[in-house]
Write a protein that binds this ligand. Sequence first.
Ligand code: C5P
Length: 240
Amino acid sequence: IVKKDLLYKGKAKEMYTTNEPNTMWVHYMDQVTAFNGKKKVQMEGKGQTNCEISALIFQDLAKHGIKNHFIKQIDSNNQLVKRVQIIPLETVVRNFASGSFEKKFAAKHLMKFDKPVQEFFYKSDELDDPFINDFQAEALGVATEDQMKQMRAIALKVNDRLKEIFSEMNIDLVDFKVEFGMDSDNQLILADEISPDSCRLIDRETKKSLDKDVFRKGLGALVPVYKEILGRLEKVEDVK
Ligand code: C5P
């Protein structure tokens, strides 16, 4: 497979076309950003750990019947994925209060929810990714009612499996974000990445964050934390 043109450069990844029309080449960059790009740092090894973590998780989800865009790993920083039309929504699932939920409602930090809380945010840098509900998304033509339903259902399945995986790593899954796209068969599938950039993870023993909050809150070096996640993930029997 041959990498061709840069189609899109995001905050953590570059997407290239390839000689196969339905296959994209994703390069995970050694860059980390927070607060809608206002905080940005280059970090050696960050792209590699996220690329590998995301690959392991997507492969595991596929084994558990959750369709996603991952095709294969090329090398440490690069992978092939199916070309999809991204639905410009961030689908968030929360198991414990943190981040924007905690702030918005002055909720107790890490209060455990009886059932997962689902939220959608509209992907827009100019608007700072505002909260969006199903009616608003449908009115704006961002997604159909059926797509919203499918995204909700799949996100809950992802939550169930991720909770199992992280539990085996002695980690609580606080919350995470996923994105979806439509593939060439017009099927809605999971896309983007699943990594410590897009999840909140708390070590059950030390109660320390093992995710991008380390960077957001300036709690120390990020790459060693991501390497710790990769190391534990590789030891999970069903995942490796
Ligand atoms: O900030 P908030 O509490 O809404 O984030 C919920 C989850 O979504 C967190 O795991 C965070 O890392 C993730 N997220 C993301 N990309 C964004 C916003 C949030 O991956 N642009």
